[in-house]
Write a protein that binds this ligand. Structure first.
Ligand SMILES: Nc1ncnc2c1ncn2[C@@H]1O[C@H](COP(=O)(O)OP(=O)(O)OP(=O)(O)O)[C@@H](O)[C@H]1O
Length: 909
């Protein structure tokens, strides 16, 4: 029989029980329509695939029912036909493909499948291949339900229809064209099942391999790729948000023409890299830093931008390139230093910034003179070189022979030893607020160099000074390198503030030792002799950083806690406290204008009278420095600022016309309100500042039995008076010492008691030389206490004060409260010299002591160090022996000494 045949163009193929939709030509559509019209049941045709690369139809095709024919919307478009495969058929006639019509082709149908049953093995093999494949497909997650239903169908279909099922399954899971063609051309059920089984097994391994690849890809989608993916999403979200905000700001900012913030765009990241590159290119050719920078740059380029390592290398490069390095065009010697007027300008600068401190300023000028001479020397050396080789570049100026054009460029060398523009390292020592830090700033201003302050207080970790190695997470360079970066020049003035507070050797290393490396002017050239004369090897930067041109200045409150090797490298300049007079001048000339400026007032708005200022200095502050004074003056100025503001408000409300601050004077005069008074008088201070902290201090300090005032220098370098208190308590002749005393001061106590016991008879404390004053007439213990028990005290200088206190306790005579003393005693009754005289005397002066007893050997210290006005306002008694000290303290004739042969005392001792 012949049936109308539709040629299915390659790669279309219809299996029985499958469905296909394909375009057909207009003429074919007309034939289909005819078929439909002529049919009494559902119309069908033969759907036969055309063999690849031919116009020949396959021998086997499918009898297919026409389920749908769709007319095109536009005449140029083809009709679409949908066919449902039904049974196999074989073409028995001409097999030339015709794409224009549905020719009638003779066909034969194979015998019904039910008539030749497939073998059970073939069916079983097919079923298990089916089950495995469908399960795998279900696992992949897509069309899970379809695969599950198909699997059920495979399970439930009887063996006789298994071959039909093979068509269905293969059509559903898909297969190569060639495989499907073979399946179509295999009418025998068993063979078809075999073929289907092979085909399904092949599909299964493909599915497995696909899953494996997918999971392998997933595993190789490492953290970085995920990060990339997330970042891309993030930037997409940011871009979206930006565009939304852009809409908002373009409306809001339309009026004021705002251009948006520099933080808005991420393109800066690229610019920064370009900047880093530019800086690397600017580094001196052949230098070590350039070599390191170039290799790191290459490394950076090899790493994906999303990796953590990229960030690390990039940060390192940013640090490295932001430091001031010598470049091919580095200037030679500082012109400021070599200028003739340099020293005069420097002196003027120091005078303008600080009152008094004459000795310190003189020392500083000497220091700057040395620095200047070295600079001149350096220039002379550089000029010699450039004369020898006039055609040379700027490199030559710093002492490098001109590189021969034919040779590769030489690495730049540092200035020669003679040309180092570096002086000794200064160490300012003194109490807080005495201007140590601001002197450092003044020097920087005088030198016209950047100033950087490194606060060393509390630095416990060596790495804070020298940086962390790059292997540490969040590592970074040390404080010195950070300061160099901030300064942006190779020759800043760097102030190492509070080196006495730097921690010593601990399990984090020794920061003090790390400082040694920074400060040592000679030692560090060993790091890289070819490059720098003085260099710091920072752990993070890992390239020697040239410090040869940096001026280091250190400050400290006390020398006691500074490590000896560190101290050894510094030239100590002592800055003691100020006298009342100096403080008054500093307050008037510096602190008041500074506070007025800070609080928005002018000099005509506040005028503190001289007596008022003196009262502030004596009753409200009593430190060695001027920081407390500055704060107190700040309080006065703020008080006046409030008054002035209120006054302005009142007058402005009442005035009709002007509001400009320029006419405030006029308003002051014409206002009906209480006029504003710029003057601050002594009697107003209590209202402004409250009761003075030191008011009534003298009353408290009345003369008492067993109490004598000693003189001490505190841990912050400040001089103070310190009472030595003693009482007798019932006991058995024991001396008890309290007040956080160190071993030396305790020994002084023992010495003092021994002295008093030895001289008790002479002092008429006991009736016989053989008696112990602590046992006869009453058995007592002596308790000696130095108040402010929380503060540690040590040193031998309280010796004479302790003797006097014990004498006072045992004799009942009192030392007047305006007397203070300091001096070490020996067993031979000598009073030996002590340190810190200037601080102690100034402290005594501040505490309104009028008579000071000091060792004779300290006479020169008083004459040299203590300002004249202080010397003139106090009485100094210089003593050689304990007896002289006691007489000076109690007043000659107060104690009724028994007269004895003097040599007896010594021989008895
Ligand atoms: N002789 C002076 N003339 C003018 N101003 C001074 C003088 N001495 C100190 N000052 C001012 O006192 C303030 C405190 O000084 P500075 O900070 O330099 O003290 P310091 O000695 O470094 O204290 P610290 O030891 O606590 O660091 C500064 O404002 C400074 O200008």
């Amino acid at each position: 029989m012949s049936v109308p045949t539709l040629a299915l163009p390659y790669p279309l193929l219809l299996l029985p029980s499958a469905r296909v939709t394909l375009p057909i030509s207009q003429t074919q559509a007309e034939d289909v329509l005819e078929l439909v019209e002529a049919a009494t049941t559902q119309p069908s045709l033969a759907a036969v695939p055309v063999l690849r690369d031919t116009t020949t139809l396959n021998e086997w095709g499918v009898n297919a029912r026409i389920t749908r024919l769709v007319r095109p919307r536009r005449p140029t478009d083809p009709h679409m036909i949908t066919l449902q495969g039904f049974t196999r058929l074989r073409l028995t006639g001409d097999r030339a493909a015709d794409y224009d019509r549905l020719p009638l082709v003779p066909v034969a149908y194979p015998p019904s499948e039910s008539k030749s049953l497939p073998s059970t093995e073939a069916v079983n093999a097919f079923r298990s291949a089916c089950a495995a494949l469908l399960e795998r497909l279900a696992q992949s997650g897509r069309k899970r339900e379809t695969w599950a239903r198909l699997a059920t169908l495979v399970d439930e279909t009887e063996n006789a229809r298994a071959a039909g099922l093979a068509d269905l399954v293969v059509a559903a899971v898909g297969a190569d064209y060639e495989d499907k063609l073979i399946l179509l051309s295999t009418p025998n059920p068993t063979e078809r099942l075999h073929h289907a089984t092979t085909l399904l097994t092949k599909q299964l391994s493909i599915a497995e391999v696909t899953t494996k690849i997918a999971s392998a890809v997933d595993a190789s989608l490492s953290k970085q790729q995920k990060e990339l993916f997330l970042r891309q999403q993030l930037s997409a979200i940011q871009a979206e948000l930006q565009s939304l905000q852009g809409l908002g700001t373009s409306v809001a900012g339309a009026g004021n023409g705002e251009a948006g913030s520099e933080l808005d765009h991420d393109a800066e990241g690229e610019d920064e890299l370009a900047e880093v590159k530019r800086k690397i290119e600017a580094l001196a050719t052949g230098s070590e830093v350039r070599r390191v920078a170039v290799s790191e740059w290459r490394r950076l380029k090899r790493i994906t931008p999303q990796s953590a390592e990229h960030g690390v290398v990039r940060t390192y490069l940013e640090w490295l390139t932001s430091l001031p390095w010598p470049t091919d065009t580095s200037p030679s010697v500082d012109d400021t230093l070599t200028s003739r007027s340099f020293l005069k300008t420097a002196q003027a600068q120091l005078d303008a910034d600080h009152f008094g401190l004459d000795t310190v300023k003189r020392r500083l000028i000497e220091y700057l003179a040395v620095v200047r001479l070295r600079a001149i020397q350096a220039r002379a050396t550089a000029d010699t070189f450039s004369e020898r080789d006039p055609g040379s570049s700027a490199l030559v100026k710093i002492g490098i022979p001109s590189p021969n054009a034919l040779k590769p460029p030489l690495p730049p060398k540092a200035p020669t030893h003679a040309s180092r523009v570096k002086g000794p390292i200064l160490l300012f020592v003194g109490p807080p607020g005495t201007g140590k830090t601001s002197l450092g700033q003044s020097i920087a201003r005088a030198l016209q160099r950047p100033f950087q302050r490194i606060a060393l207080g509390g630095v416990r970790d060596e790495a804070e000074v020298r940086g962390h190695r790059r292997t540490y997470v969040a590592s970074g360079p040390g404080l010195v390198v950070q300061a160099m970066r901030k300064a942006g020049r190779m020759d800043p003035v760097v102030l190492l503030d509070e080196i006495d507070k730097v921690g010593h050797s601990n399990f984090h290393g020794d920061p003090a030792a790390a400082l040694l490396e920074v400060l040592d002017p000679e030692q560090n050239h060993t790091f890289n002799a070819s490059c720098f004369t003085t260099a710091l090897m920072d752990h993070y930067i890992n390239v020697p950083v040239d410090l040869s041109q940096v001026l280091f200045i250190c400050t400290a409150n006390t020398l006691d806690t500074i490590a000896a090797p560190l101290l050894d490298r510094c030239e100590v300049v002592h800055i003691s406290g100020y006298t009342y007079d100096e403080k008054r001048h500093i307050a008037r000339r510096f602190l008041l204008p500074k506070q007025l400026n800070a609080n928005g007032l002018a000099s005509e708005h506040v005028d503190i009278t001289e007596p008022a200022l003196l009262h502030v200095v004596t009753h409200y502050t009593r430190e060695a420095g001027v920081r407390g004074l500055e704060r107190t003056i700040g309080s006065i100025v703020r008080f006046k600022a409030v008054e002035w503001a209120e006054h302005l408000d009142e007058t402005l409300v009442s005035a009709t016309v002007p509001t400009s601050p320029l006419v405030t004077d006029h308003l002051v005069l014409t206002s009906k309100h209480k006029p504003y008074r710029a003057t601050v008088e002594e009697h107003e201070l209590e209202q402004i500042l409250g009761i003075g902290r030191w008011d009534g201090d003298q009353c408290e300090r009345e003369a008492r039995r067993g109490v004598v005032y000693g003189l001490v220098v505190t841990g912050t370098g400040e001089g103070e008076i310190l009472p030595v208190e003693t009482i007798a308590v019932p006991g058995g002749g024991v001396l008890k010492l309290t007040g956080s005393l160190g071993a030396v001061i305790k020994e002084s106590g023992e010495l003092a008691l021994s002295w008093v016991k030895t001289h008790a008879y002479e002092l008429r404390v006991t009736g016989s030389r053989a008696h112990d004053p602590l046992r006869v007439p009453h058995a007592v213990d002596v308790h000696l206490h130095l108040p402010a028990g929380a503060q540690k005290k040590d040193g031998p200088s309280a010796g004479i004060a302790m003797v006097c206190a014990l004498v006072s306790l045992l004799t009942g005579a009192c030392v007047p409260a305006h007397v203070a003393m300091s001096g070490e005693i020996t067993l031979r009754e000598r009073v030996t010299p002590v340190g810190g005289i200037k601080e102690k005397v100034l402290g005594a002066h501040r505490a309104q002591i009028t008579k000071v007893i000091l060792p004779y050997a300290n006479r020169k210290d008083v004459e040299h160090d203590v300002p004249v006005e202080v010397r003139q306002s106090m009485q100094f008694v210089f003593v050689r022996t304990v007896r002289e000290a006691i007489d000076a303290a109690f007043g000659a004739g107060t104690l009724g000494w028994r007269s004895l042969g003097v040599d007896l005392v010594e021989s008895r001792l």
